[in-house]
Ligand binder design. Structure first.
Ligand code: FEO
Length: 392
């Protein structure tokens, strides 16, 4: 395993973790992911930018050894999460003279999580510069994409921006550079939805900043390097905008098909209006796909059966997820069926503590839907269509 040259003494030392199924024991990874580390050799000093997920440390060390790297002067940590900082304890032992260069918040997080000694750090401020001789790295603080400690590192002479998690993707079908394919776009959108969307306004701000910089390369810490930065920046500009699409999501769970009958009737009616409808069976769907669709959906109609006098747990989990991801949805409703009684809506409503979509009339029926219940679904479909006309 070797370091891959990018440009003028800048090298890629990423590792692919193709078999990883989940991130944070939560986010599905259909392709696994990659952890990218970069080496910059200046005429006087050498810097490593971000490190590695602890499980993959051996690969990083092997690449450094095969590249004949005997000295590292600086290990720049753009973000403390351990998929990028996890190799620090091993590396500061291997390179005892190396300083970990980072901001105060990131230092604090690294010390708490990895117990690295205080004297190993060099703390920098926003826009400070670090000279490597013929190369200069400037630090640009970018808090909340997606942790408060996040920063970018800008290699001035080569016009390269190392963005850590920002603009990344859990994507492994690449050698070095982004192929700008539809599959990369989907992976980047899934990543954005799950990691950056809760911080949309910050992501919007830093997308604009990176656009203004007109860098030649964006080098994230997950996924491929962008040698055509406009590909990912244009996508982020669209995703972080305030605009929604003519799209409605219907995530549902149905125990005896009664709720499913309501869902299918609503899907038909909405499609008759020309609305893009995405239906998700919550017991079998990949929540990453649901998250992706939340990026630009206008509304969510949540379907649930009643379990023990309340909504099915899958419906509550989905409402929690929607609230946590903070999509720009404008409206919601709940549809569902119950057997003998209970409150099908209260626990779901209570989940919306951050996002505040407008509530449309609920359609809650007893048992198998009758014609009169389907008529109420028709009325809900009309309301959705009218709402979309106002919004779009
Ligand atoms: Fe890829 Fe926030 O770590």
């Amino acid at each position: 395993m070797n370091m891959l040259p990018i440009k003028d003494n800048v090298f890629y030392l990423g590792s692919k973790d193709i078999n990883r199924k989940l991130f944070d024991q939560l986010v599905p990874l259909p392709q696994g992911t990659s952890y990218n580390s970069y080496l910059v050799k200046g005429s006087e000093k050498t810097a490593l930018i971000d490190t590695m997920y602890p499980k993959m440390i051996d690969e990083l060390v092997e690449k450094l050894d095969n590249g004949g790297i005997k000295t590292i002067d600086y290990i720049i940590s753009n973000h403390a999460e351990q998929d990028h900082s996890g190799a620090l304890p091993v590396l500061v032992e291997k390179f005892p003279d190396a300083k970990i260069v980072t901001n105060e918040k990131c230092k604090d997080n690294i010390k708490n999580m990895l117990h690295v000694d205080d004297e190993k750090f060099m703390v920098i401020n926003d826009r400070d510069e670090l000279s490597l001789g013929d190369k200069t790295i400037q630090f640009i603080f970018a808090p909340w994409v997606h942790w408060p400690d996040t920063m970018f590192s800008y290699l001035k002479e080569d016009n390269m921006l190392f963005t850590c998690d920002f603009l990344g993707a859990h994507y492994t079908q690449y050698d070095l550079y982004a192929n700008c394919s539809k599959s990369l776009e989907e992976a980047a959108k899934r990543y954005y939805a799950e990691i950056m969307m809760p911080f949309r306004n910050f992501a919007k701000k830093y997308t604009a900043l990176v656009k203004e910089m007109k860098v030649d390369f964006i080098l994230p810490s997950h996924g491929p390097i962008y040698d055509q930065p406009e590909f990912i920046l244009d996508l982020y500009e669209e995703w972080t905008s305030d605009k929604v699409q003519n799209k409605v999501l219907i995530p549902y769970v149905s125990m005896y098909d009664s709720t499913k009958i309501l869902v299918e009737a609503l899907e038909r009616r909405l499609k008759d209006f020309g609305i893009n409808v995405k239906v998700f069976d919550l017991i079998h769907c990949d929540e990453g796909e649901l998250s992706m669709e939340l990026v630009d959906a206008a509304g969510v109609i949540l379907g649930s059966s009643m379990v023990l006098a309340g909504p099915h747990p899958a419906a509550i989990t989905t409402a929690y997820l929607v609230n946590a991801l903070r999509p720009k949805i404008k409206f919601y409703s709940i549809i569902g069926s119950y057997g003998w009684g209970g409150n099908l809506t209260g626990a779901i409503e209570n989940m919306f503590t951050i996002v505040k979509p407008e509530k449309l009339d609920y359609v809650i029926v007893k048992g198998k839907p009758a014609d009169s219940d389907i008529a109420k679904i028709d009325e809900l479909a009309v309301s959705v269509n009218e709402k979309l006309k106002q919004i779009l």
